[in-house]
Design a binder for this molecule. Sequence first.
Ligand code: AMP
Length: 655
Amino acid sequence: MQYSELCNALEKIEKNPLQNYKIKILSELFANAKDDEIETVVMLVLADVFPAEAGKELGISSGLIAQTISRAFNISKERVIDDWSKSGDLGITAQNLCKERTQTTLFSSSLTIQRVLAGLQKIAGINGTKAQGRKMDILTELLSSADRTEPKYLMRTVIGQLRVGISDGLVKEAILSAFYTKIFWKGLLLQKKNSKKIFEEILELKGKRILVEEPMKEFLKKKDKKHFDMFLGANKVEIAGKEGIQKRFDEKGFFLENSSIDICIVEDMDFGNELKASVAGKIDRAYQVTNNLAMIAKISKEEGEKGLDKLEMQLFCPIKVMLAQKAKSFEDAFERVGVPAAIEYKYDGMRMQIHKSGDEVQLYTRMLENVTKQFPEIREVIVKNAKCNNCVIEGEAVGIDPKTGKYIPFQYISRRIKRKHNIDELAKEIPVILHIFDITFYEGKPCLNLPFKERREIIEKIIKPGKNIVLANQKRTSSIKEAELFYKQALDNKQEGVMIKNQDAFYVPGSRVGTMLKLKPVLDTLDLAIVGAEYGEGKRSGHLSSFLLACRDENTGEFLVVGKLGTGLKEKEEEGTTFKEISELIKDDILSQTDRSVLVSPKIIVEVAFEELQRSSNYNSGFALRFPRFIGLRPDKSINDVNTLGNLKKIFEDA
Ligand code: AMP
């Protein structure tokens, strides 16, 4: 497939924020892809260059991208920087300057999606001497061949954000729509898609195989007799009752090749939703256990839902972790998870998903980043203290002060994630203790569908506690008094609070479930992206000292400002995260500078506490945080984890 076809689709999606429209465009793109193209298409629309577990990065800074644009189009670096500071988006700058290019290089030939992905994958594999120059050569070659909107999306893919608002959920919907019978019901038909009502679009269809529930035939006919007659003539329309429809899908499924039905129109919303959910649920399950949408699209295209059913969690392919909801109190928690509940310390560390097979161990963060190299001592302790042939266990790695043996806050161990050199030294400086709290795979089989108490029994059986590994401290109780005491103990032990778990609950990957709750005393905290900053004065001159924080608009993918952060950052290194450290971190991602302020591309995520959330017209989010205070850097979270505008609205409404 030509890269331009993919970019055209992205362009349409960028220009039209309607979800249904985005799904339609994406599903057409997926349907048009050949069997050997579909995975590449899905990866590129998600700006993924590798599957999550590969743990590889392109390692190209914004500065290097700017240089590449200058080189590929033979335009001065100053001109690139100037355009970049105006557009604030290297993608747009690449597109703008592509029109002004003064040379077409020797490599100029059209780009295919395979060439783009292969080029980017090659870049990620380059290490060692002159790596930056070699990476730039490949990128220059790709960019020189790009035209029209291609430079924009190519550069944004390199940055890792397409900024068109394509989420994993949207891709799942598009897979559903591309490869399975589409289900409509009466209420949906009356909704507007773009300018037209959906039933008007349906009546214009040609050459489709359509199954219509009896009452809907009358409905469509009544709405527009003339077009309905044409619709009957132009498509292969079958009419059936509710039972007939159900039976047909029970027997043949929804995979287009088997069902032989492109569209099914039923009357009742619940029935329609039920039909739709039977495939959507399979896609969700497949995603939960593989975390790989490209593979799910390929299997959907080739085998349909039967192929999805065969997918299982596998060793060394991390799954999305199960997340907790907040509890207001133990009364609230016990009501929601039932009693006796399992209460555990909520350790203030870094979540690790640990895959082990024999002596091979791989570690993944909550973001499924591979951090095996950064924590060599964990590998050792798992091989020694996890008594099983293979397993996937989860735990919280908490940093300790080697002199006092006391726990230290999360920020310190986050330094270990970023460390590429002298790893052993840092491991001695900031050792960690693993607190194992769950298991999802055991002796060759997933155990997601075992009740939590049975999963806990397995970890109690296989984990031999040692110096660097223990089980999460747990108490099973129905007594609020006992629970309160345990909670106090957790806080006295410098942990964040407690987790309250339903003992019969399954492990649901990637969901914020109501069967695992967290209770902590601190003010609400938010994970926000830094999108701008101002240079400080006095003691802080020369460093950025006030940081613009933004949440993510889940519908558009845009980052919207919610406040300015200065409090909580330190001057001296020994006191914690410093202004200087953050300034260094964002240095490479500065998009533009005016006077004393800079705009930066959202990459650095910080956790902040705040007193209150207010409505405000000062910022484009419509909200402002009162007294935001820095809690810590969150290198373990991705830009998709940044709290959304929806989260803020909820906090505001719940306050
Ligand atoms: P939060 O990050 O505030 O949503 O809290 C959930 C996080 O608490 C999980 O992602 C884990 O990293 C962490 N955690 C600490 N202790 C436990 C525990 N005993 N069980 C489950 N999660 C825990």
